[in-house]
Design a protein. Structure first.
Length: 171
């Protein structure tokens, strides 16, 4: 491959990653280490599917050239591809499930961490440590959930961030 690329050619390889995931739930490249070492760019395609479309976001892992992530919507069943104006972070399935349950807990009036964790435990087989870790990570991303100290010892109050749609409705 290197001999061909020094002559000006571009080689694109498409591979399927193993189902092994890292500590953040992202699929990681596994297999022959030589391939990863020999390529200049390693870009993952993260995807989520609903009844109307397949949403695909590019996620760089190894880049040497200028690269920016892009998100595409592939309509179903006709498969028309449209590039979206904004990049959508595709969360792993486990995170999407847990985020949905955390949001449901908060919407039902559970705002303390202990109450949220209990709610998620009632509806899944996840352990307390995993739920707390995911909740902490989701809060640190600052996208959908926010937390503040209540002033009572180390007690925290969790709430949902208003979405852009909600903010625009108030204008």
């Amino acid at each position: 491959m290197r001999g061909i690329t020094v002559k000006g050619a571009t080689i694109c390889l498409l591979g399927h990653s193993n189902k092994y995931k890292d500590e953040n739930g992202k699929q990681i490249f596994e297999g022959t280490a030589d391939l990863r070492n020999d390529v200049d760019e390693l870009i993952y395609l993260d995807a989520v599917k609903d009844e109307n479309a397949l949403i695909v976001t590019t996620r760089p892992d190894k880049v040497r050239a200028e690269f920016s992530s892009k998100t595409f919507s592939i309509s179903l069943p006709d498969r028309v591809v449209t590039e979206l104006d904004e990049v959508i972070k595709i969360r792993p399935k486990e995170d999407r499930e847990m985020l949905g349950l955390i949001k449901a807990a908060i919407q039902s009036g559970r705002h303390k961490q202990l109450d949220i964790v209990g709610f998620v435990i009632e509806h899944t087989s996840y352990g307390e440590k995993k739920i707390r870790g995911t909740l902490k990570r989701l809060v640190s991303e600052g996208l959908e959930i926010e937390v503040r100290n209540t002033g009572v010892a180390r007690e925290l109050f969790y709430s949902l961030r208003p979405s852009l749609k909600d903010k625009l409705a108030k204008i």
